[in-house]
Design a protein around this ligand. Structure first.
Ligand code: GLC
Length: 519
């Protein structure tokens, strides 16, 4: 298929702002919109093209905003619609685009619709907006099918009149019925509401959810938590989901330059490609790098497969090393100094790639996952599945300056998640002037990616022969060369002039756990 006309997002660097943890302006220990606005200079200096803001809508915060009770208003915890407009205007003034999350698979159980569904009772049109069913077994005391929630336990909760409702996530996140016209119309309203305010696009939460097959057949209990594996899993990736994406795309097409990226955990490549058809999503997240350990062969396979699906669909590839749901790269790669070195190497590999990049706040500081005591954990998964499932460790607030918590994140030391006492060396203020810091590496890499002609010579990767545990490729004809060393010994550099290294060369050779860019 011919590639579509390149758009602003085709090679953009997006930066995920986990709003609760970026910057707190009002001293309640929780990040907010005004906090983001006050740190736009930083984002401009870093050199990102666009932001993805996690949900800041009205929410009881059972899943920290992914349980939305009003999708067209700002939760007072995060500010006001006026604050949002100011943030948007100021970001645009700096040439930074702003995209926002939408959560179409479910609402909060405190949404007006769900409250009225409970009140209206069985068989009512109000219940039709969700997935209410009678149970199985004597007196309907068993859930309607065997589906499990991504957060553990049955995906059904029983209400006082005996019916059950479906929730693929927490019980506070009832799934919507996408066969219902109100549900479709409401998402359209939400998209237009934010597009009319000037947002540049959306990140679609659980974009492979939404549609459920008629009859809600049992799943294979061996299916992985988020679907997309080899076992039958009717919870996700139902064929009907594509109609929803077509509807979303029709709205977006009315707004020049608006885009959408989907969170799609579907591993079958042919099925994944369907989401990128010309009348569906512009981009699909690619979680392969997140799922691959620090090994050159495994990474090369991941990279090749990551390129194949979007290329076949004529869409840009996307790349991500971390987000608010997965362990931070520095910890995934073994933690400590080695973990940070490897994460820095992988940053150069990622930023060498053609396509769209999604960074997650704090990765540019080399932050590790924080191991929090269970009593400090706030993620609903920690409660239902145990502390080892908690996503809090990657959501700890950003250290901006100073030597003690809250490191300029907030005025109060009582931040919503506690900040470690040993992060003084990781703050933005400490890293900015230090040319060896991870922040300086990201800034330099982003600047080169944007300005150096070696990034503009085509998107094909040509792989070179390389020693065991290493790889090297050239991007396009005469373009950037990138080499990665995951072995235990240093290796000779490929021929070329060094542009950037993730750690210092050792006697002119590429050290273990390092990557290099050359031209
Ligand atoms: C997505 C979000 C995650 C949230 C879930 C339910 O996976 O990234 O944080 O818990 O959807 O909305």
């Amino acid at each position: 298929m011919r590639p579509r006309r390149p758009s602003w997002w085709s090679d953009a660097v997006f930066y995920e702002v986990y709003v609760r943890s970026f910057a707190d302006s009002d001293g309640d220990g929780i990040g907010d919109l005004e906090g983001i606005r006050s740190r736009l200079d930083y984002l401009e200096q870093l050199g990102v093209d666009a932001l993805w803001l996690t949900p800041f809508y009205r929410s009881p915060m059972a899943d920290h905003g992914y349980d939305v009770s009003h999708p067209r208003d700002v939760d007072p915890m995060f500010g006001t619609l006026g604050d949002f407009d100011v943030l948007l205007t100021e970001a645009h003034r700096r040439g930074i685009r702003v995209t926002v999350d939408v959560v179409p698979n479910h609402t909060s159980n405190q949404h007006e619709w769900f409250k009225s569904a409970l009140a209206a009772g069985r068989g009512s049109p109000e219940r039709e907006r969700y997935l209410f069913r009678d149970g199985r077994g004597p007196r309907g005391a068993e859930p309607p099918n065997n589906w499990v929630s991504v957060f553990g336990g049955p995906a059904w909760t029983r209400v006082p009149d005996g019916q059950w409702y479906l929730h693929l996530f927490a019980p506070q996140q009832p799934d919507l019925n996408w066969a219902n016209a109100d549900v479709r119309y409401d998402l359209e309203r939400t998209l237009r509401f934010w597009l009319d305010r000037g947002v540049d696009g959306f990140r679609i939460d659980v974009a492979h959810g939404m549609s459920k097959p008629p009859g809600l057949p049992d799943m294979d209990p061996r299916a992985p938590e988020f679907g997309g594996g080899e076992y039958y899993d009717p919870r996700f990736d139902d064929d009907g989901v594509h109609e929803v994406h077509q509807m979303i795309r029709k709205v977006l097409d009315e707004y020049p330059d608006a885009m959408a990226v989907g969170e799609i955990w579907v591993h079958d490549e042919e099925r994944l490609a369907r989401y990128l058809r010309p009348d569906e999503l512009h981009l699909a997240f690619n979680f392969r790098l997140v799922l691959t350990h620090f090994d050159a062969d495994a990474m090369r396979t991941s990279i090749e497969r990551s390129l194949a699906v979007p290329r076949a669909a004529g869409a840009p590839a996307t790349w991500t090393l971390s987000n608010h749901d997965v362990w931070r790269a520095a910890s995934r790669y073994g933690g400590g100094a080695a973990g940070v070195r490897r994460a820095r190497a992988m940053a150069l590999v990622e930023l060498a790639m053609p396509g769209t990049i999604y960074l997650y706040q704090g990765e540019e500081l080399g932050l590790p996952n924080v191991s929090l005591p269970p009593e400090a954990m706030a993620d609903p998964r920690a409660r239902t599945q145990g502390p080892e499932y908690s996503r809090d460790g990657e959501r700890v607030p950003i250290p901006w300056e100073g030597t003690l918590p809250p490191y300029g994140f907030s005025r109060t030391p009582h931040t919503w998640l506690p900040m470690p006492p040993d992060w003084a060396g990781l703050t933005v203020a400490r890293q900015l002037p230090d040319p060896e810091s991870t922040l300086s590496l990201y800034r330099r890499a982003l600047q080169l990616r944007k300005t150096h002609p070696a990034f503009r010579v085509g998107d094909d990767l040509e792989w070179y022969g390389a020693p065991a545990g290493c790889f090297a490729f050239r991007r396009g004809r005469g373009g950037l060369i990138c080499a990665l060393n995951t072995s235990a010994s240093s290796i000779a550099l490929p021929p070329g002039e060094v542009l950037l290294t993730s750690s210092p060369l050792v006697e002119g050779r590429l050290a273990p756990d390092s990557a290099v860019w050359l031209v």
